[in-house]
Every structure is written in C-alpha cells, then in structure tokens.
Design a protein around this ligand. Structure first.
Ligand code: PGA
Length: 261
C-alpha cells in the first residue's frame, strides 16, 4: 500500500514544520507495513526531507521538468529533487493538466526523466464530469495510461504508481463509490497487462504475482477522508490513496494511514 498526501499550494515553511511535527504524533512509527509519502511545496521540500530522514515518512514533489538542466526559467529538474532526498514525484495531476496545459506526452517525458533520476513517479489519470457523462471516458483513461507510460520497460514501470483521480471527485466532497473506483482500477490494471503481458493471477500476494500489472500500485484519489478510506482500500485493485484536503489535517491523515494497516 502507498498512502500519499498532496499538499498542493498550501503551507509556508513554518507551517510545514508544524504540520510535520503534528503528523509524527499521529502516525505510528513501528510495524508500519505501508509506504507513506507527503508532498509539500517546493520551498519546504528540503526542510521536510531533513526533518523526516530518520522516520518512515518519505517526501515527494508535486511536479518537475523533464530536462536534466537548461534555460527553463522557473523549472526544477528530477536531479534537483533527488539531490535533496525526495523519493517520489506526482506527475500529471489534473490541476496541472487543466491549468498548465500538461498533456499525456509531457507527462510521459517527465515519467522517463523521473525514473532516470531514481524518483518514483505517481502518475495521475482521471476523467472530468463532462467526460464521464457525455464521452467514452473509459477510452479516455485507457489512452491516458498508455500515452503517459509509453516506452517504459517492465522494470521501470514497476517503480511507477498510477493514481486514478476522477476530476469531479477532487476537492468536491463527491467521492467515487468504492465500486466505481474498483471498476476503473481494474480497467487500469488490464491496460497495464496489455502493455506488458505476464502472469494473470496473483494480485495482492497471490503465488504468481510476477507481471508488472500485478506489482504496480494503483492509488485512488478524490475526496478521500477517514470515513471512506477503509472501504476504498478494501477494494481488490486499490493499492493506496492520494489524499489532498484531508492530508493537511494531521489527525485525518493519521486516520487514513491507520485504515491501511
Ligand atoms: P482531494 O484531492 O483529496 O482534496 O479531493 C485529491 C488530489 O487532488 O490529489
């Protein structure tokens, strides 16, 4: 399981330090079998990795550029993130797709660059309300997965987590029902199987869990709260959650982590 908190453009450095201190009180540090990641803003990343270096919490960024370096004013490279001990990076979040014009092609370049730099990408996909109601939204998700992850070999893909975040459920309080989420997670796993066919059985600890599709973690995101986390995490193809709003509340995030244990 992977439980990730996306702090978006919230929290100054001082507030980040306080939130981390509170989080450490809420999150058990022993016998934790899940991976826990927080993704604060760029200005707080170095402080976060310093503060969390001897804990089970890992740190991720919310975005990066795909080039190693160069004349790209205002951008940050994967190597720069790795240099300050970030382990993860969220790529292609719907807010980046919506407000900053990120396409599957850009997300794909970023995914390659992240893996090259030993960062684990959390690649986001998901349909808008209009797409769910009026279009072949499953086809849209299929294309997002194929194009965003194109060209990654099986070993590289195993480093990736895919986050299914229906745009209509982000920050709206409208959560996809566990059955709705499971249906799309299953579809995403099928797409991954298509990309790298292997053993068909064995997800979640089965004996022949050998193919990439079985190994890759598929997270759900969109209004995850302590009250719905357990049921969501119980679905067979849901391997974690990407939490926005509730990750800014230490008690709520702690509860969500405990729901995964
Ligand atoms: P939310 O955000 O939990 O506030 O809906 C999820 C996300 O944007 O990753």
């Amino acid at each position: 399981m992977l439980i990730a908190g996306n702090w978006k453009m919230y929290k100054t450095l001082t507030e980040t330090v306080a939130l981390i201190d509170d989080l450490l009180l809420e999150i058990p540090q022993d016998n934790v079998t899940v991976d826990i990641v927080i993704c604060p803003s760029f200005t707080a990343l170095k402080t976060a990795t310093d503060k969390l270096s001897n804990t089970i919490l890992r740190v991720g960024a919310q975005n990066m550029h795909w080039k190693k370096e160069g004349a790209f004013t205002g951008e940050i490279s994967a190597g720069m993130l790795r240099d300050i001990y970030c382990r993860y990076v969220i790529l292609g979040h719907s807010e980046r797709r919506q407000h900053f014009g990120e396409t599957n092609e850009i997300v794909n370049k970023k995914a390659h660059a992240a893996i090259q730099a030993s960062l684990r990408p959390i690649v986001c996909v998901g349909e808008t309300l209009d797409e769910r109601e009026h279009k072949d939204f499953k086809k849209i998700i299929h294309t997002q997965v194929i194009e965003s992850l194109a060209g990654l070999g099986p070993e590289q893909l195993a480093e990736v987590a895919v986050a299914y975040e229906p745009v209509w459920a982000i920050g709206t309080g409208k959560v996809a029902s566990p059955a709705q989420a499971q249906e799309i997670h299953h579809l995403i796993r099928e797409v991954l199987r298509e990309m790298h066919p292997g053993s068909k059985k064995g997800h979640k600890g089965g004996a022949r869990a050998s193919s990439v599709a079985e190994k890759i973690r598929i997270l759900y995101g969109g209004s995850v709260k302590p009250a719905n986390a357990k049921e969501i995490l119980q679905q067979p193809d849901i391997d974690g959650v990407l939490v926005g709003g509730a990750s800014l509340d230490p008690r709520a995030f702690g509860e969500i982590v405990k729901a995964a244990l």
